[in-house]
Write a protein that binds this ligand. Structure first.
Ligand SMILES: [Zn+2]
Length: 271
């Protein structure tokens, strides 16, 4: 599943090339997770002003309204001047004066949704409950620790839920908790201020590194220029069950938490 770093890498790979482009036509393939929410004709003639990101949504600012794009489980975006003919899994094409933005999504959990503005009901439904942006200025240690103290669930599940901080998906939650030396099963409200500060820093570092390295190579993620990412080879614990910890040599363990696999070092990470 594309996680926040992959979505940010995707944004960086085409935002500057699509800025200022005028929409010439829209082609929609099979239904995606949610309907477009406007007629395709309404979008023709609009200009793309900028591409922002909120959580795992890309926000294409148009001169009237915005398009919210989510990559779902298996989606990827490409932006090319002369793309090949659409394939069976290409479910959204936006032809512009500067190229074609295409959503390729075999499992079709992705979506492209039109909203008149960010406070419209559909935008609020999709964006309204998102937690703090982990790479943004509002994500500070005081708010983060205060949020942890209000939650009794295991810290790994609090991170994954995205209500306190967005974008810390399964890979990055395991890796950030390793970096902060915190056991994934530790209760959020039992985490001390110093440990919360370490975790805050670890989340920022791990996501920043992942963006710099081009995101994760997990599954079939590629950015809008079709280049694979390089983060996963650097994982300290993720998908390393049964292998020795790279720091202390203890065998890395895996457990299930809320239907997801969690990886940790029982020596380096304290309960
Ligand atoms: Zn270890």
């Amino acid at each position: 599943m594309p996680e926040l770093p992959e979505v940010e890498v995707t944004r960086l790979s085409f935002a500057y090339r699509i800025a200022g482009a005028q929409i010439e036509s829209i082609r929609v393939g099979k239904p995606l997770r949610w309907p477009l929410g406007c007629s395709m004709d309404d979008l023709v003639g609009c200009r793309v002003q900028a591409v922002r990101r909120r959580g795992k949504y890309l926000l294409l600012d148009l001169d009237h309204g915005l398009l919210l794009i989510h990559l779902g489980m298996s989606g990827s975006l490409t932006f090319n001047r002369t793309p090949p003919m659409p394939g069976v899994h290409d479910h959204f094409d936006m032809q512009t004066t500067q190229g074609v933005l295409r959503l390729h999504d075999p499992r079709r959990f992705g979506a492209v949704v039109y909203a008149t503005n960010e406070v419209s009901p559909i935008a609020q439904k999709l964006l309204g409950k998102l937690g703090m942006e982990p790479l943004g200025a509002e994500f500070d240690t005081v708010r983060f620790h205060a949020g942890l103290l209000r939650r009794r669930a295991p810290i790994k599940q609090v991170l994954l839920a995205g209500e306190l901080v967005v974008g810390v998906g399964n890979i990055y939650a395991s890796e950030a908790l390793f970096r902060a030396a915190i056991r994934p099963t530790a209760r959020a409200d039992g985490i001390s201020r110093p440990r919360a500060m370490r975790l805050h820093q670890a989340i920022r570092e791990i996501l920043t590194i992942a963006v710099q390295k081009g995101g994760s190579t997990l599954r079939d993620f590629s950015n809008a220029q079709g280049e694979a990412g390089h983060f996963q080879a650097d994982a300290m614990v993720y998908a390393r069950a049964g292998h020795p910890c790279k720091v202390c040599g203890t065998v890395v363990r895996t457990i299930r938490q809320g239907q997801r696999s969690t990886f940790f070092c029982p020596t380096c990470q304290k309960p």
